[in-house]
Design a protein around this ligand. Structure first.
Ligand code: GDG
Length: 486
């Protein structure tokens, strides 16, 4: 029965099924950027979440977990291969991250993407109450906004894109480029991380579909309007601030330092093991600093947490081999029995342990080659109530638009990256404090609640202006190529 006033649609439900030590099967909140961003809001509003439970070939009835009504969408093993690992993670992901890895274009992957998107759209359309709101998330579901609209013209639809939207020169490669734009334009508000992403989208719409655009506003041929704007995502700062104050976690940070042989400086990287994150560039820079004697293994330890990700996609299998070979060589050349140059951890950690690592880290290295936002940068800042520590931040992250007082780097420039690492290692405490205070002000004031409130308020405005304008009226313009196509 369609009763939910507010429906979130995302590829994954915000839970994982785990078996406890005593054999009991329970649902546990799963890690990841999107869940971290939406979980606090879902606890506040009376809504439903449509998504995949993470297990292929499993039909599940809707259920409640932690006060959230969850509506599972079933995916077959083949759907996972073609829609998720294929089209989402091996076509769209590399294309939208500036073709850092070559995107694979396969027609059968596209067909799977269309049919799975329709399944999500049907589940959302069945769940949402009359006149309710549907908020669709991310690049796996770009066709869902238009599909929901065609099934339920009474609802307000928002879409938020967590990853970059590329310039037209790259976007134009996509064989299904016009269909994807039309899919997104089903939303009343299309949200992006950075102003540049929104600009790229509006330019693609104008160029490919010939629709009328004015700044962030797009007018469709039926007279309906869609807004494309930036809403930079953030984190729920409360758990990070609270965990960072806990005596046991502070003690754990000291223990981590001791376990590393009490180096003078600890450098830290925390990423999913993904080729967009620039882990290889970071390792190369640290390796060269050691080779050149600009840092010593006794004084500086680099800890790299690389949580396992997309392990069945070829590009990720190769990346893991490359990273592990590079680290093995550097460690082999520089380690002593008491000190490790690069401590590499290829597994996930509980949030408590992550916070202890953030507290132990003198320098946080975020060197992504392209990243929608990068929440790790914001998490590090949120934990540093001591106003110590230095954030080295790639210009190619969404976070760089906001976190201006970080040490900014172009990760492709290895010499520049090495100099930035040295600057961070040597930064006097007063300078660290000045920068960290400004970074903390920004992150604490613009948290995930501010993000979701501003997106939802834009959706409310869109609904009000739609109601005021009345039902859409078709507009035929000779110059509209979409009209010719129809
Ligand atoms: C996508 C976009 C955008 C990582 N390892 C562990 C762990 N994590 C947590 C981090 C952070 C999250 O996962 C990763 O978020 P990021 O933003 O850094 O990156 P993506 O996963 O690529 O996220 C990105 C984001 O969506 C949100 O819109 O910012 O640009 O690519 O929260 O802390 N958490 C725990 N253990 C780990 O080992 N507990």
């Amino acid at each position: 029965m369609a009763t939910a006033e507010f429906v979130v649609v995302a590829n994954r439900l915000p839970v994982d099924r785990v078996v406890t030590a005593d054999g009991e099967e329970i649902w546990r909140t799963s890690p990841g950027g999107l869940v971290a961003a939406l979980e606090p809001m879902m606890h506040r509003v009376d809504g439903a979440w449509v998504g995949w439970a993470g297990m292929p070939d499993t039909e599940l009835a809707p259920f409640d977990a932690d006060g959230i009504h969850l509506i599972p969408v079933a995916l077959s093993e083949r759907d996972v291969t073609e829609y998720y690992e294929g089209f989402s993670n091996d076509t769209i992901w590399p294309l939208y991250h500036d073709v850092i890895a070559p995107p694979q274009y396969h027609r059968e992957w596209w067909e799977a993407y269309v049919s799975v998107n329709l399944r999500f759209a049907e589940a959302a359309a069945a769940a949402v109450a009359q006149g309710g709101t549907v908020w669709v998330h991310d690049y796996q579901l770009q066709l869902v906004p238009e599909m929901v609209r065609s099934l339920r013209s009474d609802v307000t639809i928002g879409y938020f894109h967590h990853i970059p939207f590329p310039s037209h020169g790259l976007y134009a490669q996509l064989p299904w480029r016009d269909q994807v734009l039309r899919g997104l334009l089903g939303a009343d508000v299309v949200g992006f991380q950075r102003a540049q992403d929104a600009t790229n989208f509006v330019a693609a719409v104008k160029r490919r579909l010939g629709f009328e655009t004015k700044a962030s506003a797009i007018t469709l041929p039926d007279g309906r309007r869609s807004q494309a704007r930036a809403f930079p995502i953030s984190i729920d700062t409360t758990p990070y601030r609270e965990l960072a104050q806990r005596p046991d976690i502070r003690a754990r940070a000291v223990e981590i330092r001791e376990g590393l042989g009490n180096p003078k400086k600890i450098l830290l990287g925390v990423d999913r093991l993904d080729y967009t994150k620039g882990i290889g560039h970071r390792i190369k820079a640290v390796g060269e600093l050691l080779d050149q004697g600009r840092v010593s293994v006794e004084d500086v330890t680099f800890v790299q947490v690389a949580s396992p990700s997309r392990e069945r996609v070829d590009a990720y299998v190769h990346l893991r081999d490359e990273i592990e070979l590079a680290i093995g060589r550097i460690d082999g050349d520089h380690d002593t029995l008491g000190h490790t140059a690069i401590r590499y951890l290829h597994h996930g950690f509980p949030r408590e342990e992550m916070v202890a690592m953030y507290l132990a880290a003198d320098v946080m290295l975020v060197t992504a080659l392209r990243d929608g936002m990068n929440l790790v940068a914001k998490e590090y800042v949120a934990t540093r109530a001591d106003n110590r520590g230095v954030l080295v931040l790639s210009e190619f992250t969404g976070a760089a638009d906001e976190l201006r007082q970080a040490v900014r780097v172009n990760p492709h420039d290895i010499e520049g990256l090495k100099d930035a690492i040295i600057t961070a290692i040597e930064m006097p405490p007063a300078e660290q404090g000045k920068r960290m205070r400004a970074l903390r002000k920004r992150v604490l004031e613009n948290d995930v609640n501010a993000w979701s409130s501003s997106f939802l308020s834009a959706l409310r405005d869109a609904r009000e202006s739609r109601d005021a304008a009345g039902p859409p009226r078709p507009r035929t313009r000779r110059s509209d190529p979409s009209a010719e196509e129809r």
